[in-house]
Design a protein around this ligand. Structure first.
Ligand code: ZN
Length: 407
């Protein structure tokens, strides 16, 4: 016999919720948690509970965006197309030049110009059920601390609705951009959550190693996680994902690292791919792929086969690197179905994992998951089948956070 805790004003019941396993259940929420998840109709609905009728629609965990450049959203009109052209030309052969050109946008950085776009992106995400975001904010000698301050302000505004983990991200490198390392330390002191890095942008292997070492040492000293952009070019000479994995072990950061993009892995031979993926698994380095923002992607399915935690990320929204983006992670998964060639029924389930449970693993989220005793955070979808969830990638009918209906 399951006893529900007192049915106060925050109790809520979702009836006829179709789990991805196919089971249809009622989800009883009380005190911000899932108090019971039982076959439909087996537990009476408390008379004062808020009722949400899923009517056989899929009910899932909230969506997770494991990589978003949040300070840059909707900045493309400020600098024009040159950086985007350089980043994407010739199969990303000279993507680093695109990054250098994109630096010009930061002359426009002011809190009052950045915040409206950041708020809009987070509100769009919330409407699409994206309730967890790993948000990168540029911290460098061009942006100063303005970008990270804007993202930190938005984190407070959305607290309790959308969880935002802020990465202090030295977009132009730390050896290439003297002064950036000190600014990252200032950003961490100001409240950023995660130490960022982009080692592949540095000139040569020894500077790349130095970059990785600097970031991992800082994260270890502060007791934080690291999140880096690695090897964002189709060139197998790039090797910074491995450098990161090995540095995590040396600095005691096992299970606390994320590598985004890592596109060069797609050009490694099979033996080298497997060796690196096994290393990533063993040190708990999660990988984030964004196949829609570039012409190459890390080998997602092989990474999953080797036991690596993998996620998809929105990456960019109308910025110098990508002209689209609605902060809809089901849309990202839909695009990935084509770009990663994953369209069989089991692969569609994996794609949903990549923006929910697997992404939560990449980010090390505690308190995530649709289960008794878990948080009362869930999405009620129109679709009753996974194929429709992805094909239509509509906003959910109902978004529930902490047992309350958000939208
Ligand atoms: Zn990115």
């Amino acid at each position: 016999m399951i006893t529900l805790s007192s049915a106060g004003p925050r109790s809520l019941v979702v009836t006829e919720a179709r789990l991805r396993s196919g089971t249809v259940v009622d989800v009883h929420c009380a005190g911000g948690a899932v108090a019971a998840l039982v076959p439909t109709g087996t537990l009476p609905v408390p008379p004062d509970a808020e009722l949400v009728q899923a009517a056989g629609g899929l009910v899932t965990e909230p969506l997770v965006d494991a990589h978003l450049h949040l300070d840059k959203v909707r900045t493309l009109p400020l600098i024009g197309d040159a950086a985007l052209q350089a980043y994407t030309a010739d199969g990303m052969a000279d993507s680093a030049r695109g990054i250098d050109l994109a630096r010009a946008v930061k002359q426009h950085y002011r809190l009052d110009t950045l915040l409206p776009s950041i708020r809009q992106a987070l509100a769009d995400g919330e409407r699409h059920g994206v309730l967890h975001v790993l948000a990168f904010a540029d911290v460098d000698t061009a942006a100063g601390l303005t970008g990270v301050q804007a993202v930190l302000a938005a984190r407070e505004e959305f607290r309790g609705r959308v969880d935002i983990s802020v990465v202090a991200f030295p977009q132009d490198g730390v050896l290439r951009d003297p002064g950036a390392a000190g600014l990252v330390e200032e950003a961490m002191a100001a409240g950023a959550d995660v130490v960022g890095g982009i080692p592949w942008i540095e000139a040569g292997a020894s500077d790349q190693e130095a970059h990785v070492k600097w970031a991992c040492a800082l994260a270890a000293r502060l007791g934080r996680r690291v999140a880096m952009l690695t090897d964002d070019a189709p060139d197998p000479a790039y090797d910074t994902t491995r450098m990161l994995a090995e540095a995590m072990r040396r600095h005691g950061l096992e299970g606390r690292g994320v590598a985004c993009h890592a596109r060069a892995l797609g050009h490694y031979d099979e033996h080298r791919q497997i060796a690196l993926l096994d290393l990533a698994r063993d040190v708990g380095l999660g990988l984030v792929s964004d196949p829609h923002t570039g012409s190459v992607a890390l080998p997602v399915e092989r990474a999953l086969e080797r036991g690596v935690a993998v996620a998809l990320g929105q990456d960019d929204i109308e910025d110098a690197y990508y002209p689209f983006g609605r902060h809809n992670l089901l849309e990202v998964a839909f695009l990935a179905a084509h770009l990663l060639d994953m369209r069989s029924a089991p692969q569609l389930e994996v794609l949903v994992d990549l923006v929910t449970t697997s992404a939560a693993r990449v980010l090390g989220l505690s308190g995530y998951g649709l289960r008794e005793g878990g948080p009362a955070d869930l999405l009620v979808h129109h679709a009753a089948r996974t194929v429709d969830l992805l094909a239509r990638h509509e906003p959910p009918r109902v978004v529930v956070r902490g047992g309350r209906v958000l939208s």
